[in-house]
Design a protein around this ligand. Structure first.
Ligand code: ADP
Ligand code: MG
Length: 319
């Protein structure tokens, strides 16, 4: 199977590659054409997943495709953007029809869940690498930035943290996956659900937002520095899932939640007067702390006593 047959069979003919809803011209020409309404801005973000660094190799291509697209789409959620499309730059060691079948089915599934169209890409031979660029639309000037947090705001997250980190020993085959609790953790690792609807609901309400990909505390540090404020996290208020608590003692579960990474849950700051309406509308908003004047990230216990902050989030190239 050559490059062009591969593109046609597994990508160009996929249901998610059909034009419509902002995609004027899709796969097959030199560029895709996207259309924005007057007064809209284009939100763009790229993520690479490298075999052996971001996922174990080999692994199930059906799950891998879902994870790759979900991780990329989570950045649209973090900006409050409405999903438009994505491009896929795929580097493959070999053109295996079985592998590609699974991969394109996974892509199709997550593209449907995220309402994203496949607009194009590139296909090359080499060590397995998946690079996805996502495109979203935003009313001009309404993007959720990291820089708008103000002292007095509430610090919030959109759901339980630490599940993907808790899944890692099972993903890596270091522990046998035995029960339904582990299945729930594995689902958070392989098929995270980007909080696209929540992100859009936070437009005009949250003062700052981002998605948690490198661990809560490390990602809090980005908002603290961009907004020039201090973020206070109350350890006991950080939400943990039953599934995580079923397989780990609470101290380990909390460590995963604070610095584990791969959560793809939104982290945002909210002027206090916004909270009731969001909760009444049914959005998953969990208050875990507050914004204060100052700098850095501060971990406190229920009585307000300072706790030491564990090492920062994941960084490539750090020693
Ligand atoms: P070019 O030589 O102009 O870069 P290519 O031959 O790489 O074009 O790709 C042909 C068409 O197929 C383009 O529209 C491109 O966007 C699309 N394409 C290539 N690889 C992929 C892929 N992995 N997924 C989706 N579309 C792809
Ligand atoms: Mg090309």
């Amino acid at each position: 199977m050559g490059e062009f047959e591969l593109i046609r069979r597994f990508f160009a003919e996929a249901a998610c590659a059909r034009t419509g809803q902002g995609l004027v011209l899709g796969i097959g020409d030199d560029c895709a054409l996207l259309e924005l309404a007057p007064g809209e801005q284009l939100a763009v973000s790229t993520d690479s997943l490298v075999a052996g660094v971001h996922f174990p190799d080999p692994c199930d291509p059906f799950l891998l495709a879902q994870r790759a697209l979900a991780c990329a789409a989570s950045d649209l959620a973090a900006m409050g953007a409405a999903p438009l499309g994505f491009s896929l730059a795929l580097t493959l060691p070999a053109a295996s029809a079985d592998w590609l079948q699974g991969f394109s089915a996974g892509l199709e599934k997550m593209a449907a869940a995220c309402d994203l169209r496949l607009i194009g890409g590139d296909t090359t031979r080499g060590p397995l690498n998946i690079n996805i660029t996502v495109f979203g639309r935003l009313p001009a000037g309404q993007a959720l930035l990291r820089s708008g947090a103000r002292p007095g705001d509430l610090l919030c997250v959109g759901g339980c943290l630490g599940d993907a980190a808790g899944a890692l020993p099972y993903v890596l085959g270091q522990r046998p996956a035995i029960d339904s609790q582990v299945e729930s953790l594995l689902a958070h690792y392989w098929t995270p659900a980007p909080q696209l609807a929540l992100g859009q609901a936070l437009r005009g309400r949250a003062s700052a937002a981002q998605d948690i990909s490198d661990g809560l505390l490390g990602d809090c540090a980005h908002i603290a520095s961009a907004s020039d404020v201090a973020l206070v996290v109350e350890l006991e208020r950080v939400p943990l899932s039953q599934a995580l608590l079923a397989v780990e003692p609470i101290d380990t579960a909390r460590r995963h939640a604070l610095s584990g990474g791969d959560d793809y849950v939104l982290l945002f700051c909210l002027p206090p007067e916004q909270l009731d309406a969001l909760l009444a509308e049914g959005w998953p908003v969990q208050v875990i702390g507050r914004v204060e004047a100052g700098e850095g990230v501060h971990l406190r216990d229920a009585a307000g006593r300072p706790l030491s902050v564990p090492a920062a989030g994941f960084q490539h190239f750090s020693r």
